[in-house]
Design a protein around this ligand. Structure first.
Ligand code: FAD
Length: 496
C-alpha cells in the first residue's frame, strides 16, 4: 500500500493541476493544506486575502469530495506538521508545486530536510506559471533583466499538455491514527476554514469590502469563460482605460492558483486576434517578475539597480496617510486608493498612477507603497508586488529614463478616465462636479464650487503637493543618485 500527500499551497484547483495527475500512481492520497501563521498573521498579512483563501479552500474541498476525497486543513509550521503526518501514515512521497519567494524557498528547504530524515520522497513541481521560470535563461546562461527579451524567449519554450480535472482520485488514508488530530481535534477543515485574521486598523473599511472576485476555482472558471467570450477581444485597445471590464480581473485567482496560468495562455491563443496576443504578453509579466525574484531574492529589501540603493527618500507621515486614505486632492489618485481599500483590487493603470505619485510626487520610499499594497491587495504577491513597485519607482528591472515613469496625475486622469466615471464612482463628493473640472477640482471657481456643492478644503481636499514643483525635485533627486543619463534621456520626455 503506497500513500502520498498532495500538499496544496498556491494551486487551489483540480483542473490542469499536475500534482493531482502525479498522485494517481499511489494507492492512497491525502490532500492537505497547512495554514502558516507566519503568512496569515505576519506583518504583510491581509484580512481580505485570508477571507479569500478560506473561500478557495471550501471550494477545493467540495471539488475533492466529488472525487470521493476531501481536504485536510491543518495549522502550524509546515515542516513540523508534514514530518508528523508523514511518519504517522507511513507516507512514501509528498508532492507540491514550488514557489519563488525567499520565505517559501527557505520553508521548502526545511521541509525537504525533514522528509529526507524520514526517508520520504519530496516531489517538487514547477510553480504555476506559463513557463518554468527557473529554467528560462539568456543565451549567456544568465537571468533576464528586461521583459521583452524574456517574453520572446518564453514564447519558444516547450509547453506541457493541459490536464483535465481528474475523474477520480485515490481515496484518502484513514486519519484515525494521526497524532496531530488526536492532539488538536479542532484542526479539521470545518473549524479552521474560519481562521480569524487580524486586520490592520487603517486597512479595514467601515463596511465589508465589495468583492471584485468570488473565491475558489468554480467562480474563477466562470470568470475566465466570461472574459474569453466577451472581454478579451477589446484588450489590445482598451487595457489602459479605467473603465469597468477593460481587463480580466483574474489576478486574485492566479494568486491562489484557482486557475492555471498555462491554461489561460493556451485558451486565449485559441482566439485569433491581436488582443489575445496582447493579453498573453501581459500575462508573461507575471512569469517575468517571478523569474526576477527567484534570481534576485535581495530585491525584497533592496533596489534591483545597485547604483540606486543609497537614494534618499522623504519621511512624510501625513502625506503617506493621505495617500493611503485617498485624500490627496488628486481625484484619480484618491479614486484608485479608495477602490483598493473597498475592494482589494485596482487596475494596473491606476496602480501605476498611484505608484508614480507616491514615489515621485511625494518622494516616499517605494517600500512603504509595497507594504500597503501587500496588506490590501487580493492578488498581493511578493514577486509581482515587488517587481512592479520597483519598476514604477524607476529602481527595478527594465530601466528607462525617470521622466518616462513620472506621471502627471491630471493628464493621466484625462487620458484614462476621459468621461470621469471612475472618479465619480469612487469619490462621491465629486459626483456633481462638471467634467471640465473633475480632473482638477481645485481649479473650480467659487461659483462652480457652490453649484456642485463641493467646496475645496471643506468637502474635498486641496492638492497636498504641487505637481510641477515635485516633478522637478524628483528628477533632481534621481539625477543625484544616477550615473550620467543614457543618450535616450536627452530627447524631450513625452507628456505623461
Ligand atoms: P489583466 O490585464 O487582465 O492581465 C492578465 C494577468 O496578467 C493578470 O491577472 C496578472 O496575473 C498578469 N499581469 C498583468 N499585468 C501585470 C504586471 N504589470 N505585472 C505582473 N503581472 C501582470 N499583480 C499581482 O498579481 N499581484 C500584485 O501584488 C501586484 N502588485 C502591483 C503593484 C504595482 C505598483 C503595480 C503597478 C502593479 C502590480 N501588479 C500586481 C500587476 C498588475 O497591476 C495586476 O496583475 C493587474 O492589474 C491585475 O488585473 P487583471 O487581472 O485585470 O489583469
Amino acid at each position: 500500500m503506497t500513500v502520498a500527500i498532495v500538499w496544496f499551497r498556491r494551486d487551489l484547483r483540480v483542473h490542469d493541476n499536475p500534482l493531482l495527475a502525479a498522485a494517481q500512481r499511489y494507492d492512497e492520497v491525502l490532500p492537505l493544506f497547512i495554514i502558516d501563521e507566519k503568512i496569515t498573521e505576519g506583518r504583510r498579512a491581509s484580512a481580505a486575502r485570508n477571507r479569500f483563501i478560506a473561500g478557495c479552500l471550501e471550494d477545493l474541498d467540495l471539488a475533492l469530495r466529488r472525487l470521493r476525497s476531501r481536504l485536510l486543513v491543518l495549522c502550524g509550521e509546515p515542516a513540523h506538521q508534514l514530518r508528523a503526518i508523514a511518519s504517522d501514515l507511513r507516507v512514501e512521497a509528498v508532492l507540491w508545486s514550488g514557489d519563488v519567494s525567499p520565505y517559501s524557498r527557505a520553508r521548502d528547504r526545511r521541509v525537504h530536510a525533514a522528509l529526507r530524515e524520514l526517508g520520504v520522497r519530496a516531489i517538487e513541481h514547477p510553480p504555476n506559471h506559463v513557463v518554468d521560470v527557473g529554467q528560462i535563461e539568456t543565451g549567456a546562461a544568465k537571468p533576464y533583466q528586461m521583459h521583452s527579451p524574456f517574453h520572446r524567449r518564453s514564447l519558444t519554450m516547450p509547453r506541457r499538455p493541459l490536464l483535465p480535472a481528474p475523474r477520480r482520485l485515490p481515496p484518502p488514508p484513514d486519519l484515525a491514527g494521526l497524532s496531530v488530530l488526536r492532539q488538536h481535534p479542532r484542526l479539521l477543515l470545518e473549524t479552521l476554514v474560519r481562521h480569524p485574521p487580524s486586520p490592520h486598523p487603517l486597512a479595514t473599511p467601515a463596511e465589508p469590502p465589495a468583492p471584485i472576485a468570488q473565491p475558489g476555482e468554480t467562480a474563477a472558471r466562470r470568470a475566465l469563460s466570461r472574459w474569453l467570450s466577451s472581454g478579451l477581444h477589446r484588450y489590445a485597445h482598451g487595457s489602459q482605460t479605467l473603465a469597468e471590464g477593460a481587463t480580466s480581473r483574474l489576478s486574485p485567482h492566479l494568486r491562489f492558483g484557482c486557475l492555471s496560468a498555462l491554461e489561460l495562455e493556451q485558451r486565449a491563443l485559441q482566439h485569433p486576434h491581436p488582443s489575445a496576443q496582447a493579453w498573453v504578453r501581459q500575462l508573461s509579466w507575471r512569469d517575468f517578475f517571478a523569474h526576477v525574484l527567484l534570481h534576485s531574492p535581495g530585491n525584497l529589501s533592496l533596489e534591483h539597480q545597485a547604483q540606486l540603493r543609497g537614494m534618499e527618500w522623504e519621511e512624510h507621515p501625513e502625506r503617506l496617510v493621505a495617500w493611503q486614505q485617498g485624500i490627496t486632492g488628486f481625484p484619480i489618485v484618491d479614486a484608485a486608493m479608495r477602490q483598493l481599500a473597498r475592494t482589494g483590487w485596482m487596475p494596473n493603470r491606476a496602480r501605476l498612477i498611484v505608484g508614480s505619485f507616491l514615489t515621485k510626487d511625494l518622494q516616499i520610499d517605494w517600500r512603504q507603497g509595497e507594504e500597503w499594497f501587500s496588506r490590501l491587495l487580493l492578488d498581493g504577491d511578493p514577486a509581482q508586488n515587488n517587481g512592479n513597485w520597483q519598476w514604477i519607482a524607476s529602481v527595478g528591472t527594465d530601466p528607462a529614463p525617470v521622466a518616462r515613469r513620472l506621471y502627471n496625475p491630471t493628464l493621466q486622469s484625462q487620458r484614462h478616465d476621459p468621461d470621469g466615471l471612475y472618479i465619480r464612482r469612487w469619490v462621491p463628493e465629486l459626483s456633481a462636479v462638471p467634467l471640465s473640472a473633475l480632473h482638477q477640482p481645485s481649479q473650480m471657481s467659487e461659483c462652480q464650487q457652490r453649484r456642485s456643492g463641493c467646496w475645496i478644503g471643506r468637502d474635498y481636499p486641496a492638492p497636498i503637493v504641487d505637481h510641477p514643483t515635485q516633478r522637478a525635485l524628483a528628477l533632481e533627486r534621481y539625477r543625484r543618485s544616477l550615473p550620467p543619463p543614457p543618450l535616450e534621456a536627452a530627447s524631450p520626455p513625452r507628456p505623461r
